[in-house]
Design a protein around this ligand. Structure first.
Ligand code: ZN
Length: 338
């Protein structure tokens, strides 16, 4: 075979999650050529080594050396690839991730480090549900809430790289304490763990026997996935919890739409598997909450297309699109800064 192989990997992307490190080798058309995952270790040195190991395995699987590497990490990631503050990843404060990774990689290899949700957002815009959208907000519901904001076809990064920390918009100053140290952040209500909290409130109040049953009889053990299951069975108490959850989700989405005027909002994370039980009430409440909902052009609210791989695919796409050579030890300018 002559000429470039369309199935050939052009970059590596790695998503650092709370429980797993997921790496992919990505072809130019967005296909995942190879994949490797390991549990997220605790400790900074262990994390760096895990990332280098994943790169090594993907190099071996693809048979290619020195592919560009993009890494998506949770929390506030600076423009030089330092994880400044990561409330949902223990031991990662002030971690010079890009710099320390660079020490373990060939100098010929392009390296970019960005926020995980920013990477996931870019993945959905380049290869997923928001493909082709110039103005999009991508919201990832997990332990917390991550955001990727694309405006005018470019990722919004902000002065320091911290743009898109949408989970920590305060929507109720008298609300529950957040891992970030403040009270009433949006992710306390509208993330996977927020759904669990709303469900436990309902279980303790005796509003859903089915939720308690699914949790093995203990209201305190109720989790978000129990709500999804019970709501799917038609349990009225679980459907009510999902309704309350959808309102909180829609309230934050409306704020984001008012601020960024996207044509599409993509919702990612495991909760999306709830399907219309989640999306239906969210669309309804969004329309009521966004400014001029009945008058303005419609804003599509769509489930994400790339699933758990969105962050890794987006990180790989960012690395592939970055400038040639290494831009310092941090991430290159990428699509937003060109
Ligand atoms: Zn917070």
């Amino acid at each position: 075979m002559t000429g470039p192989d369309p199935g050939r990997a052009v970059s590596i992307g790695i998503d650092v999650g709370g429980t797993k490190v997921l790496g992919v080798a990505l072809a130019a058309d967005g296909r995942v050529v190879s994949e490797h995952r390991v549990p997220t270790p605790s400790g900074a040195a262990e994390l760096i080594q895990s990332l280098l190991d994943v790169v090594g395995v993907l190099d071996a699987l693809t048979g290619l050396a020195d592919l560009p590497v993009g890494v998506g990490a949770p929390g506030m990631v600076t423009r030089t690839g330092e994880v400044l503050f990561a409330p949902n990843l223990a031991g990662a404060h002030h971690l010079a991730l890009a710099q320390r990774l660079a020490h373990g990689l060939s100098a010929r290899r392009r390296l970019m480090v960005d926020n995980d949700a920013t990477c996931a957002g870019w993945g959905e815009v380049v290869h997923g549900a928001a493909r082709g959208a110039g103005d999009a907000v991508i919201v990832t519901l997990g332990t917390g809430i991550g955001g990727g904001i694309v405006t005018g076809g470019q990722l919004l990064r902000g002065a320091n790289g911290f743009a898109g920390e949408i989970g920590h918009m305060v929507i109720d100053p008298s609300g529950p304490i957040c891992p970030c140290g403040r009270a009433g952040c949006w992710e306390r209500y509208a993330s996977g763990s927020g759904l669990g909290r709303l469900a436990r409130d309902a279980a303790h109040a005796g509003r859903s026997a089915r939720l308690v049953e699914l949790a093995g009889g203990d209201p305190e053990s109720v989790r978000g996935e129990h709500v999804t299951q019970a709501a799917g069975e038609g349990d009225p108490g679980a459907l009510e919890v999902m309704d309350r959850f959808s309102w909180w989700l829609a309230a934050g989405l409306a704020n984001l739409a008012n601020a960024f005027d996207p044509s599409v909002i993509v919702i990612g994370g495991g909760l999306v598997e709830a399907g219309e039980i989640l999306m239906g009430p969210t669309r309804r409440d969004f329309l009521a909450l966004v400014e001029a909902g009945s008058t303005r052009p419609g804003i599509g609210i769509l489930p994400a297309a790339l699933g758990e791989r969105a962050g890794a695919i987006g990180a790989a796409a960012l690395a592939a699109d970055g400038p040639a050579g290494r831009d310092g030890h941090g991430r290159g300018r990428g699509p937003a800064g060109q």
